[in-house]
Design a protein around this ligand. Structure first.
Ligand SMILES: *Cc1c(COP(=O)(O)O)cnc(C)c1O
Length: 366
């Protein structure tokens, strides 16, 4: 059975993560599940040193390099443990024993990165918007970054609050960004960054791995006390094949990044994301019933957060939406409300369906 037979077979999946994947990617993976290109085996049953997997691995790296326009001075890594493992690996590798790392505190995800860095070494908060209402991120031109900071860490999109950096700081120390929920959603000047990382399950593929793009000179910073497996240098030298990588996840990342290139790359994806989120924010702003929770100039194109007049109405909104095949709209348990996650793979028709649903719901309940 596939979606062409039954339009309701696939939900409009607004889940914040793991999140929707492009349908063409899922269909292709399905087609090759029992026998990858005539091999008689799925790709997850083949050696990670074999020819078929080798080609996939190389293409995944190459797609990332092309999408970001990477020069030789940057390396691309696929590492296990998701973005959370990077909360630890970043300070383990970049924060020396007598140094301090600067972090911006913009919300729930930044707070986890800060907490982990504090286990490894000293942290200085360069700006704190975590308690601001409406939700916002720090002003990139107004950060208290120490002259001798080991690096400056930001969270480019706060998945829970729905606040997103629209411009990035120009920093005299390496800029490190957790881009888990908005990687590849817009063009990026990678030259501004020393390291970016993203857990895969929002905009890249399935959960469990993280993409890391690192300026190669930074891998030399890790102290000798860091175990080999937790050093960026180890994985850079091994081209992310130091041990058995999550081959099937990287295969899907390969297909998703190939799909992104076929969409016309980051500039056209950005345009579509602006259109999709613009429609939703327009529907919120055009009503006295719905209320956006992020500051207008900081609103995320990926996670659109809003509230209704009461929690009881939010509950019935979610129930009614679910019956219309609009799934995964419940806000994060820590903040409540509604969150529509509309990542790259989320179709424009799904946004239209939600906007129509919101109008109808307001008419009945407003
Ligand atoms: C989802 C998310 C994470 C956590 O990713 P895991 O892969 O579960 O470790 C970290 N940062 C941000 C911004 C996220 O959205």
């Amino acid at each position: 059975m596939n979606s062409e037979l039954d339009p309701a077979f696939r939900a409009f999946n607004f889940s914040a993560g793991p999140a929707i994947l492009p349908e063409s990617v899922l269909l292709e993976a399905q087609e090759h599940l029992l026998s990858y290109q005539g091999s008689g085996m799925s790709i997850m049953e083949q050696s990670h040193r074999g020819r078929d997997y080798g080609a996939i691995h190389e293409e995944a790296v190459s797609n990332v390099r092309k999408l970001l326009g990477l020069r030789d001075e940057y390396g691309v890594l696929f590492l296990q443990g998701g973005a959370t493992a990077q909360f630890a690996m970043v300070p383990l590798n970049l924060l020396g024993p007598d140094q301090t790392a600067d972090y911006t505190h913009s919300g729930a995800w930044a707070s986890k990165a800060i907490k982990e860095a504090g286990v490894v070494g000293k942290v200085h908060i360069a700006a704190d918007t975590s308690q601001d209402v409406p939700a916002r991120v720090p002003d990139p031109g107004n950060l208290d970054v120490r002259e001798d900071a080991a690096y400056l860490h930001i969270t480019s999109n706060e998945t829970i609050s729905g606040a997103q950096w629209k411009a990035f700081p120009r920093s005299h120390v390496p800029l490190v960004a957790d881009m888990s929920s908005d990687i590849f959603s817009r063009p990026l000047d990678i030259g501004q960054f020393g390291l970016i990382y993203a857990g895969a399950q929002k905009n890249l593929g399935p959960s469990g791995i993280a993409l890391v793009v690192i300026r190669k000179d930074l891998v030399e910073r890790a102290p000798e006390s860091v175990p080999l497996f937790f050093r960026y240098k180890t994985h850079l030298e091994a081209n992310s094949l130091y041990n058995t990588p999550p081959t099937f996840s990287i295969y899907l990342v390969c297909l998703v990044t190939r799909w992104l290139r076929h969409q016309g790359g980051l500039a056209s994806i950005h345009k579509r994301n602006d259109e999709k989120s613009g429609k939703l924010y327009g529907a919120i702003d055009g009503s006295g019933f719905y209320r956006g929770t992020a500051e207008v100039h900081h609103r995320s194109t990926m996670n659109v957060t809003f509230r209704l007049p009461s929690e009881a109405l939010e509950d019935s909104f979610l129930d009614a939406a679910d019956k219309e095949n609009l799934k995964g709209l419940k806000g994060h348990r820590s903040v409540g409300g509604i969150r529509a996650s509309i990542y790259n793979a989320f179709p424009a028709e799904g946004v239209d369906a939600l906007v129509d649903f919101m109008r109808e719901f307001e008419k009945k309940n407003g």
